[in-house]
Design a protein around this ligand. Structure first.
Ligand code: SF4
Length: 333
């Protein structure tokens, strides 16, 4: 039995004070923090339950941007038919994440901050894990099974894969994260939120103590409508990505005017494949150029033993996603 203090603030200001003063964890959907508490990976002294902050619920489709409250439920957003039309990569990446039960309780703010599924991080029987216990080593790199570890963005201290799906759609479409903390409000480009593991894999984001994610915005661009999230996984019903891609295209006749490519299941953070995007701009989008973009997306991948299969799989996923996105673009068939 581990005791912790439970806070249930009625407004954002009280929530920030409670998190700052207690040093506790934030509780929303609970699908990460409760999970980690049950297995002994997190032992917070306090939980600050922000589900009473109903102002942070809901989402809105505007002419210039899509706005999502941090407490919007994954299932409700994924099922919005207007959003399915406006931004298919966003809704597909939500309904391909987790199980229906989890999507019903999980909130968008927590979803982007979910922790890795590295089995050595999640099992305290393994003493070596730099992410859980800084300086202790890495059981995965020290002869462990690495079939679901990252081949992009890893370091000699950690190769844990970022497990989220929605984040790939957010980084592909230049989303911004809005926060409120002891230092006031700020807006963070989504691409800057997560940090590479480097020598400090225990530090996963640039969020400061007491800072609470309040919402996410995504600018509306033509490529959003012709977008797709393709996810390859061990079982179709419910599994983390072996490799995935969030893509979108804007065509100018036969040539690519704008293209977005982000990779999931293969990197330590949400991952934008800009070199692959550049290889397509101003060129026709064909099976051949899509395959070449997929190859370029993984040109810098490390052939981690156990995860090397992700290079070919990931390239195929990128190519397949691009062709589906093209079919959704005006005149793209
Ligand atoms: Fe821990 Fe990262 Fe190594 Fe997994 S890969 S054991 S999370 S340090």
């Amino acid at each position: 039995m581990r005791n912790f203090v439970y806070h249930s603030p009625k407004n954002l200001s009280d929530a920030i004070d409670a998190v700052t003063e207690s040093g506790g964890d934030i509780l929303a959907g609970g699908t990460t923090v409760i999970d980690l508490m049950k297995i002994g990976v997190r032992e917070p002294s306090a939980l600050v339950d922000i589900t009473g902050l109903t102002d942070l619920e809901g989402h809105e489709i505007g002419a210039d941007s899509l706005r999502f409250g941090a407490l919007a439920r994954m299932a409700l957003v994924a099922d919005d038919p207007d959003l399915v039309t406006a931004a298919p990569a966003l809704t597909e990446s939500l309904w391909k994440a987790a199980s229906p039960q989890l999507r019903n309780v999980a909130r968008l703010g927590g979803n982007i901050l979910q922790r890795t599924r590295c089995p050595y991080f999640r099992d305290t029987a393994y003493a070596q894990c730099n992410k859980r216990d800084p300086g202790s080593g890495c059981a995965a790199l020290d002869g462990g099974v690495t079939s679901h570890h990252a081949i992009l963005g890893g370091s000699s201290a950690c190769v844990a894969m970022y497990p989220g799906d929605w984040a790939q759609a957010l980084i592909a479409f230049d989303a911004a994260v809005h926060t409120h903390g002891p230092g006031g409000r700020r807006t963070i480009p989504f691409a800057d939120l997560h940090v590479l593991p480097g020598d400090t894999p225990d530090v996963e984001t640039i969020l400061k103590s007491g800072e609470i994610v309040t919402g996410i915005t995504v600018p509306v661009v033509p490529a959003l409508k012709a977008s797709h999230y393709l996810k390859a996984r061990d079982r179709e019903s419910y599994a983390f990505a072996s490799a995935s891609a969030a893509v979108g295209v804007e065509m100018d006749g036969d040539t690519v005017r704008d293209v977005r490519i982000a990779l999931g299941g293969v990197a330590t953070t949400p991952w934008r494949a800009r070199a692959a995007e550049d290889s397509l701009k101003g060129k026709p989008l064909t099976e051949e150029t899509a395959r070449e973009a997929g190859r370029i997306a993984f040109a810098d991948a490390s052939e981690l033993e156990g995860s090397a299969y992700k290079i070919k799989l990931g390239a195929d996923v990128v190519a397949g996603a691009l062709m589906t996105a093209k079919s959704r673009a005006p005149g793209g068939k």
